[in-house]
Structures are given as C-alpha cells and as structure tokens.
Design a protein around this ligand. Structure first.
Ligand code: BTN
Length: 261
C-alpha cells in the first residue's frame, strides 16, 4: 500500500524530525506529518515550541529534490507567505510577516516557521518546512509571560477550527509555493512578502550584534536590509531582529519642548 502523503500522529517528539527521517528513507516530495502534540517541538534559535494537545497546528512538509537547493534560503519566506495568505483567507485575519518568518496579528505572534535542510553526506536531498500556528488556543492557556506577545485564531475571534483540513490545505499551499520559487518565482514571492512586512520603516534591533537601525525591506537573497544610525546599510542574513516599540504619540511634542512633562 502506498502511504498517504499527509499523516496524523497523536503524539511525537517533533514533526520536523519525523519528516526528516521519512525523507532520508526515500519518502516522496510533499510527504507531511501533523501532530496532536509534540514532546520536543523545536522553534528557531534553539528555542522550544510548546502547544497544548490538539489545540494548534504542528505540521512539517517534505520539500524533496535537488532543484530546491538554490532556493533554500528563500524557502522560509515562501512558507511564510503561503501560511499568511491561507490564514487570512480561511479566518479573515490581517496576517503580517516579521523577518525571517514569524506570523503576526496586530504585533502578536500567531505562528512560526522552522525550515531545515536535509543532506545525505554532502548531497542536498531536500528540506523540511515546519509550521506551528496557534489555532484553537484560548488566552488562558498561554503562559502568563506570553499573553501580551502571542495570539491565536481563536483569541482573534475565530470559530473553533478543524486541524485536519487546515493541515491538508497548508501542505498543498507550501508545496505549491516551494515549486513556484524553484521555477523562477523569486520576484513575485518577494513582492507578496513585502506587502505583509511588519518591519519595513520600523526601528529594529539585530539580536546577534545588538545594533539598532531602520528596516528597509528584503534583499533578493532573502536578507533583511537595515539602515544603521551612521547611514551604513547592513544586510542581516541569519538570526533574527526585534521590533523596537513605536514612539508614543506625544513623544515628538516632548522633544520639541523637553521641559513640558
Ligand atoms: C519559531 O517561531 O521559532 C518556529 C516554530 C516552528 C514550530 C514548528 S511546529 C511543527 C514543526 N516541528 C517542530 O519541532 N517545529 C516546527
């Protein structure tokens, strides 16, 4: 029997690990796993990714083939656009993207993406695109320190959603977007990404260096352009950036008249 391309597991360590193993064993392009719960879900920068059982989408999709090697750095952006458009269409949410691949609603994190390359020896075999989206999570289920920084479809006013159909559509959209990127769709992708770019024109702090500058959009290779205070243009290609708070509306008046409190 041919195994289905999309499989559900009640519990696993990490769906990214599962799909990575399947790809090593020769699973075809588009193979995907979504889980009710992950014991060791991974986020970016070595962080843990938590989510209560059966509340959220935890999905990993295999992008298999040497033709995807050259577009690998842009894959997280392609997956981000695919997911933002899907979540907006399904739940009528204004989803924005924060470089490199956070899904935000009104500045709060709705989901994240972790793409990992798969190699056998030195040969590139493909990649695993892992997506975590807070879907049916209630505010009270979020750890207290995340309540002001994270959100879910449900918290944003959405109806309870079925995770199976969502996983199936997400798998298809991610595969389509990876294909389009590998067949020369880079400029179209970057244009769609920039329409949702929450960092553009905002002051950001580059986490690795601590430098602060104003984000000026995405480079063709997927890096984030940041204009530093001394006028230098820096392109951030790895790690992440933090959005600095917007100035409060009357801070400009205070600058003009510093003695007024
Ligand atoms: C982040 O924002 O740090 C990325 C989070 C990615 C989490 C997803 S959940 C499905 C897949 N399996 C994992 O272990 N991680 C990704």
């Amino acid at each position: 029997m041919i195994p289905p391309l999309l499989r559900y597991v009640e519990e696993t360590a990490s769906t990214n690990d599962d799909v990575m193993r399947l790809v090593m064993e020769g699973a075809p392009h588009g193979t995907a796993v979504y889980a009710g719960a992950q014991r060791q879900g991974r986020g970016r920068q070595g962080r843990a990714w938590h989510s209560p059982k059966d509340r959220n989408l935890a999905l990993s999709v295999a992008v298999v083939g040497e033709r995807f090697a050259s577009s690998l750095p842009l894959l997280p952006l392609a997956v981000g656009v695919a997911m933002a458009e899907l979540l907006e269409a399904e739940f009528d949410l204004p989803v924005q993207l924060k470089w490199p691949n956070d899904l935000l609603v009104d500045g709060k994190k709705l989901g994240g993406i972790l793409c990992e390359g798969v190699q056998v020896g030195v040969r590139f075999v493909g990649a695993v695109a892992g997506v975590g989206v807070n879907v049916n999570l209630e505010r009270g289920e979020l750890p207290e320190d995340l309540r002001d920084r994270a959100t879910s479809v449900r918290i944003e006013g959405g109806e309870l959603a079925s995770l199976g159909p969502l996983a199936a559509t997400a798998r298809l959209r991610i595969v389509e977007e990876a294909e389009a990127l590998a067949s020369g769709g880079r400029d179209a992708l970057l244009a769609r990404w920039q329409r949702r770019d929450v960092t553009r024109g905002r002051e950001v702090e580059v986490l690795q260096s601590g430098e602060v500058g104003v984000a000026e959009g995405i480079e063709r290779d997927g890096g984030l352009r940041v204009r530093m205070a001394d006028g230098r243009l820096s392109v951030v290609r790895s790690g992440e950036v933090h959005l600095r708070p917007l100035p409060s509306p009357n801070s400009a008046d205070k600058d003009k008249n510093p003695e007024r409190s």
